[in-house]
Structure formats: C-alpha cells, structure tokens
Design a protein around this ligand. Structure first.
Ligand SMILES: O=C(CCC(O)(O)[C@H](Cc1ccccc1)NC(=O)c1ccccc1)N[C@@H](Cc1c[nH]c2ccccc12)C(=O)O
Ligand SMILES: [Zn+2]
Length: 567
C-alpha cells in the first residue's frame, strides 16, 4: 500500500498550488483532475478493506452457479409452484449440485426457455446464489466508498461519480431526457406485454399491469431481443437475427472480432495492434474461473490493449464485440494525450463508440452486403421488423439504464437505508421499468447484487447516456458520410469522412469538456444531450406502435402486478 503514500504526497503537492487561479485552461484542467485522488485517499487499512470487499463481491458474482431445473419437484398438491420447496432455511438449494454458470448456461436458458416455471426457478436461483450473499458486504462497501468520496471533497460516492459529467445538475437533466423518452418506452412495453399475454395467458401476463421480469429473455429484463420470436411484428419477413447464418458459415469468435475490426478500418480508423490478437482472452477458458462479463483494457503504453470476453457465436455477442472494440479504438485515439486526459470525454462517450458503428453494421442491407443475410427486401414490413428489433435493445434498455444508478445514488446519499435496499430497488423497477418479480421479495434478498455492475462497483448511468448520445453521433456521422433518407437506413461503412469526424472527437480524450466535444461533433449545432436523433431514428416504429396499441392499456397499474414485490 506504499503506493498510496506516494500518491498522497503527490496529491498534497498538487493541492498546495493555487491552481484554480492559473490562467492556462489546459493546465488548470489537469490540476482539477490530478487533485482528485479517489480511493487512494483512504488510510491504507481502509483502502485494503475496500479493495478486498470489491474483490470478494466480484468473485462471488463471477463464480456463482445454480442447479438445473427439475420440473418433477416443487409442486404443491394443487399443482401450483411451491416457492419454498427447493431451498432450505438458509435459502441454499437442496438435493442438487450447482453446475450452471451465468455465461453461457444461465444466460441461454433465460433467452430460450418458454416455460414460465423453469424461467421463474432460474430467475430466483441466480439471485439466491449471486445477489443475496452480497448484502452485508455491500452495506460495508457503501460506508467505505462514501468515506473515500468525502476525503476527496465530495458529499458522497454518488456525487463523486456524477462529477465525471461536469454539470451541476445531472439528475435534473436525466429526468428531463427520460420524461421525453418514457412514452415511446410505454408503447413498446404495451405491445410486448400483449404479445407475451397471447403466448402465456392472462394468469401469467396481466392485461394492464407490469410484465413479470422472468419472461423478457434476459436475467435483468434489460434488453428484450430474445423475445423476438414471440413479439416480432411481421413473422416470416426478414429479421436481423444472424446467429443461424454465423453458425452455418462456420464463424468462430476470432472471425467475429476480425469482422468488427474491418468496420473500424473501413472508416480509416486504426486496426487492433498485434499485441491485441496475442493477449486478448476471447473465449471462456475451460481450466479456470474468469470474470466473464466483457471488458476492454488499456495498458497505457500505446501498444498493449486487450478485450476479455467469453464469446459465443451469436448476434448479441457480435454486437458486444463492436461495443468492446469501441472502447479500444477510443483508447488508441487518445493515446498521445497527457496521461491525465487519457479517458472518455465523459463515461457515456466511452460506452457509445462501438455502439455507433454497430448501428450501421446491424442494418439489413449491411448484413446482406457481408453475406449474413439474404434476399433483404425494402418492404415496409421489413423496415418495421428491423426497427422493432433495434427497439428491443435500445428502447427497452432505457429505464433500466436509468434506474440502476438512481438506486445506487440514493443508497450512497443515505436516502435509501440498509433496511429498505430491496424494497427501493423494486419500487424503481415497477415505476420506471414496469416489470415485477415472478415471486415475492424481501429484505433478506439483495436483487441489485445479482447485476454485475453492483458487486463490481461499475457505474451504470453511462449506459443510459450512451444510448442517447450514440444516436447523436450516428446522425452526425451519417451526415458527414453524405447519407440521404431515413436515419435508420444509414450505414457509414467505408466513409472516411465519417471516420475523420469521429477521430477528431475521440482523439481529444478528456482534454476538453464533453460539451465542447459535442460542439465539434455537431459542427457547432449543440453542446447538450439531445433526444431528437433517437426519436427521429425510431419515428416510423413509434407511429406503428401507436396504431397497434389502439384499445390496449398503455402504461401499467402497479396494483395489477401478478406478484406484489415485497411480502
Ligand atoms: O457492461 C456492459 C459491457 C461491459 C463494458 O464494456 O461496459 C465494461 C464494463 C466493465 C467496467 C469495468 C471493469 C469491468 C467491466 N467496460 C469496459 O470494459 C470499459 C473499458 C474502457 C473504459 C470504460 C469501460 N454493458 C452493459 C450495458 C449494455 C446492455 N446491453 C448492451 C448492448 C451493447 C452495449 C452495452 C450494453 C450491460 O451489460 O449491462
Ligand atoms: Zn462498455
């Protein structure tokens, strides 16, 4: 821990300068960053405890396993599900050996199973194995994280995190963005609820209540793309699920990475350096446990960059590869900045880069041009199918992307105390996302802990911001590429003009406030987050959903939840 002594001395030196009065804006900006020491400001034994807590929580999450579902057990005499049959008093599973990991087994079951009982079992078993055990550790972690934040001059860890956005009321700005996007989400929610009700019946899916969270194809109901076989508007028409094509053509993870790299180089951006291909870990090892949640690493020497991803040959993982490679491309573009400026203009920008390219790469025509789709027609139905699939990812995600840190900021600020952690989580899940738990929850549970970013202590509001700003990037790069026609048809592939504009923004790193980076991106048009591009992109779908939802209850009555969350 002597490193923090060294750090602390450097910090003391920097904080003794009256840097706030320096005239040179770049030097002043450098000092404003270097004087924030972060967790190293803690006394060394507390720093040690904090680091061990996060490590323990990440290990618990990454090694958690559950048992296979066995439909013969767990039945009450009347055939109903016996919530409590398969866990003992300490909520450990009885009579089975946990062998299924989150990736790939449990993720696959949540995506593919159409048996509500199996889905309910897996949904619960994961939270028993990964979330519940973390509750006490997380409470202690919050105390230490707040102490470190206060030592850096912030009132709590949430304020420290929000300072990355260099605005004095991020909360209000986000609420305004959500207020504009919420109606679009409610219409998608209403349509998907109707299609799920047609499949599972009204006893399982309420007509005007929240959607049970285990039926949406994802462990956290954060993206709904795996419901598309039940929800796609025009079945039988072109759909952009290319998993079958990838498998049929013998794609392996390495080919998928090469495919993504080629999109970046087609714009005139940099290829992945040699070391990337030698040192990245792109498939789940069979001989040891690794943290499978995808991540991208910059070793800060201008040549060593790596991705760690337990890649499967699926459309979803092809998108994730673009996402992770976007982080690496950003790292490469700002590598000549002074060290303190080698970061995203704000964390949302870093999350957006890869997704911007994926918006072009996901279009039916682009997929057809690289041989992953065939006989793509230009019909209205294909257009709506495509927009719907994109909305199952991008629109469905918005409330979840928003609520994770709404919950965490309230925990850091003390507004949510340790006796209502899970209650508050489900209040937000119900009111913002319109999803309910498939069985009752209580304060012994710790459902937020079953989502990677909570035990791993990775902020989440960055994804909400990314899902908005990536459409601003898409609109401007499409304009630079000379695209004409609807925004959702745009494909910037091979446009060096788009590539140059993107590079001009990325190479700044964090040397200028992100608002100035947006001015450069939009040629002076705006410096703020703007929902117009995402609304323009989905405009045809919004009209279609409104016509489909006539007669349908749009929104959700919390009282109609099949299961009231807190028993
Ligand atoms: O977590 C991720 C991707 C992982 C990451 O690339 O964002 C990764 C998270 C992480 C951070 C710190 C340690 C370990 C993992 N972030 C990075 O690797 C990273 C790299 C450089 C700078 C900043 C972050 N996505 C989120 C949001 C999301 C859902 N669906 C998506 C589809 C496309 C893109 C993102 C998402 C999720 O899975 O819930
Ligand atoms: Zn990311």
């Amino acid at each position: 821990m002597e490193w923090s002594e060294f750090h602390r001395n450097k910090w003391k030196q920097a904080t003794t300068f009256a840097w706030k009065n320096f005239t040179n804006p770049l030097v002043r900006r450098m000092f404003s960053f270097v004087t924030v020491l972060g967790k190293a400001a803690l006394p060394k034994e507390k720093l040690q405890e904090l680091s061990e807590l996060v490590q323990d929580m990440k290990t618990t999450y990454s090694t958690a396993k559950i048992c296979k579902y066995d439909s013969t057990q767990r039945r009450l005499p009347n055939g109903d599900y016996d919530y409590y049959a398969d866990f003992d008093a300490e909520d450990n599973e009885i009579g089975c050996v946990p062998t299924l990991s989150l990736e790939p087994e449990v993720t696959q079951i949540m995506a593919r199973s159409r048996d509500p009982e199996e889905l309910r079992y897996v949904w619960r078993a994961w939270r028993e194995a990964a979330g519940k055990p973390l509750r006490h550790k997380y409470i202690r972690f919050v105390q230490l994280a707040n102490e470190a934040a206060r030592l850096n001059g912030f009132e709590d860890a949430g304020a420290y995190w929000r300072s990355d956005y260099e605005t004095d009321d991020l909360h209000k700005e986000l609420q305004e963005l959500w207020d504009v996007l919420r109606p679009l989400y409610e219409h998608l929610h209403a349509y998907v609820r109707k299609k799920l009700r047609e499949k599972y019946g009204e006893k399982v899916v309420p007509r005007s209540g929240p959607i049970p969270a285990h039926l949406l194809g994802n462990m956290w109901a954060q993206t709904w793309t795996h419901t598309q076989d039940l929800t796609i508007p025009y079945p039988g028409r072109t759909s952009v699920d290319v998993t079958a094509s990838l498998l049929r053509q013998g794609y392996m993870p390495l080919h998928m990475f090469r495919l993504a790299e080629e999109f970046f180089t087609s714009l005139g951006l940099d290829p992945m350096p040699l070391g990337f291909w030698q040192k990245s870990l792109i498939v789940k090892p069979t001989d040891r446990e690794v943290v499978c949640h995808a991540s991208a690493w910059d070793f800060c020497n201008g040549i060593d960059y790596r991705i760690k991803q337990c890649t499967r040959v699926t459309t979803e993982d092809l998108i994730t590869i673009h996402h992770e490679m976007g982080h690496i491309q950003y790292d490469i573009q700002y590598r000549n900045q002074p060290f303190i400026f080698r970061d995203g203009a704000n964390p949302g920008f870093h999350e957006a880069v890869g997704d911007v390219l994926a918006l072009s790469a996901s279009t039916p025509h682009h997929l057809q041009s690289i041989g992953l789709l065939e006989n793509v027609d230009d019909s209205y139905e294909t257009d709506i199918n495509f927009l719907f699939t994109m909305a199952l990812d991008k629109i469905a995600f918005l409330p979840f992307g928003y609520l994770v840190d709404l919950w965490r900021w309230e925990v850091f600020s003390g507004k949510t105390g340790e006796l209502s952690l899970n209650r508050r989580w489900w209040e937000l899940r119900l009111s913002l996302q319109g999803v309910s738990p498939p069985l009752p929850r209580d304060e012994d549970d710790f459902d937020p802990g079953a989502k990677f970013h909570i035990p791993a202590n990775v902020p989440y509001i960055r994804y909400f911001i990314s899902f908005i700003v990536q459409f601003q990037f898409h609109a401007e790069l499409c304009k630079a590429a000379g695209h004409v026609g609807p925004l959702h048809h745009c494909d910037i592939y091979r446009s060096h003009k788009a590539g140059t504009l993107l590079r001009n923004v990325l190479s700044l790193g964090k040397s200028r406030p992100w608002t100035e980076a947006l001015l450069i991106l939009t040629s002076g048009k705006t410096s703020k987050l703007d929902v117009k591009p995402i609304l323009e992109y989905f405009a045809p779908l919004i009209a279609w959903l409104k016509s489909q939802n006539r007669g349908e209850f749009v929104g959700w009555r919390v009282s109609e939840a099949i299961v009231q969350p807190v028993r």
